[in-house]
Write a protein that binds this ligand. Structure first.
Ligand SMILES: Nc1ncnc2c1ncn2[C@@H]1O[C@H](COP(=O)(O)OP(=O)(O)OP(=O)(O)O)[C@@H](O)[C@H]1O
Ligand SMILES: [Mg+2]
Length: 361
């Protein structure tokens, strides 16, 4: 059945890995955790188990970041993952909750329209009118459900949520309870409950967290990849698994193309060429690994369906231009300048220059 799902949750996709980890895990597990903190970070970072089983890495980067995140969740403080868009905040949050609670679906998506009911509870109005306030008429939020089941609740894009609604989390995080005054009762959290929130560096101005709420979170910053090698590996791994999931009839992309895309992204992001010699302007959008992954993904689809199945520069040009030129006026200038001064002059990049030029005009 799961073969026809467009996207599986982490706990479904990696069920075997989680099972193997649980089997071999001899370390102490915090109450209600499915795995020990050590095994949780092995799930995230990958590694070989004593019985020879290979766990694939999900997060590629600094090991310490993941260890700090996991250690935080074993305390009574909640975890806030902060970073620029596309640095795997949501990704890490999903895998952490899958490994810790075996369930990554207790999720509140933060938007400007997120209401208090989405964090606390609402009412089934038909029942409320028929029976008056009762526990059966209560519509619980994912936060309440994870409190009752001792699981990790996920709050996505916390800073997009209006401040007064955000503050509904304060009681939950400090008292570990949610009062329901209408029923004269409260829901008390079971051990194992905690919260992982994600927020975007770039949107920070939108709804700054109150200091009362901020104090209840440990913040872990997810950086953009430190080295080209890391970034290439991220893109390569993700593209491979996306290609498998979408059943694209294309060859796995040549490492060379991925390297070129990553180089372009890193140079534009950093404002200087890889050799450190030429300064370049940076475009307005973020060029994170997530964008590189989608450029390669789109290229593979073009190559598979309209090309010869091999990823070539014509296939990635459209995606590249789309990723870089977010603002049609300013970014176009930046991009053209980069094409002319860097791409055109670089050894062996003529094909890419021509393909991009054709699309940019
Ligand atoms: N260090 C990394 N290791 C593994 N995968 C990564 C890494 N950085 C980015 N990715 C990949 O980038 C993609 C986007 O990540 P994700 O959606 O989690 O970003 P985000 O930080 O939540 O962004 P946003 O702020 O836009 O919500 C994922 O497919 C993820 O696999
Ligand atoms: Mg996200």
């Amino acid at each position: 059945m799961s073969a026809s799902l467009l996207r599986e949750h982490s706990e479904q996709q990696f069920a075997e890995e989680l099972h193997e980890l649980a089997q071999t895990d001899r370390r102490t597990r915090p109450p209600n955790w499915k795995l020990s903190p050590w095994a949780v970070s092995t799930f995230l970072l990958g590694g070989q188990l004593p019985n020879g089983f290979e766990v694939t890495p999900k997060y590629i980067g600094n090991r310490r970041i993941i260890e700090i995140a996991v250690a935080t969740l074993a305390t009574d403080r909640a975890l806030l993952l902060l970073g620029v868009p596309g640095t795997a905040k949501t990704w890490v949050s999903e895998h952490l909750s899958a490994a810790i609670s075996g369930d990554s679906t207790m999720i509140v998506q933060g938007t400007a329209g997120t209401s208090e009911e989405a964090i606390r509870y609402g009412w089934n109005y038909a029942r409320l009118l028929a029976e008056g306030p009762s526990a059966q008429a209560l519509v619980t939020s994912p936060v309440i459900r994870s409190m009752q089941e001792g699981k990790i609740a996920r709050v996505e894009e916390l800073t997009r949520i209006p401040s007064d609604v955000q503050d509904a989390l304060i009681t939950v995080l400090s008292e570990k309870a949610m009062p329901v005054p209408e029923l004269n009762m409260e829901v008390q959290a079971i051990k194992g409950f905690n919260v992982i929130a994600t927020a975007n560096n770039r949107d920070r101005g939108v709804n700054e967290l109150s200091s009362a709420l901020k104090r209840r979170f440990n913040t872990v910053i997810l950086p953009t990849p430190a080295t080209d090698k890391e970034e290439v590996e991220i893109v390569q791994r993700r593209v491979e698994s996306l290609g498998r999931a979408l059943e694209l009839p294309a060859e796995p992309p040549a490492l060379e193309e991925i390297r070129r895309i990553v180089t372009i992204f890193r140079e534009l992001r950093g404002g200087v060429t890889a050799d450190g010699k030429t300064k370049i302007k940076t475009p307005s959008g973020t060029l994170s690994p997530a964008e590189a992954i989608s450029v390669v993904g789109q290229g593979l689809s073009l190559a598979a369906h309209f090309g010869d199945g091999v990823l070539r520069s014509e296939d990635i040009a459209a995606g590249l231009v789309g990723a870089v030129v977010k603002d049609p006026v300013q970014d176009r200038v930046v991009w053209l300048e980069y094409l002319e001064t860097v791409v055109k002059e670089r050894n062996g990049w003529k094909d890419l220059y021509r393909a991009c030029r054709e699309i940019t005009d």
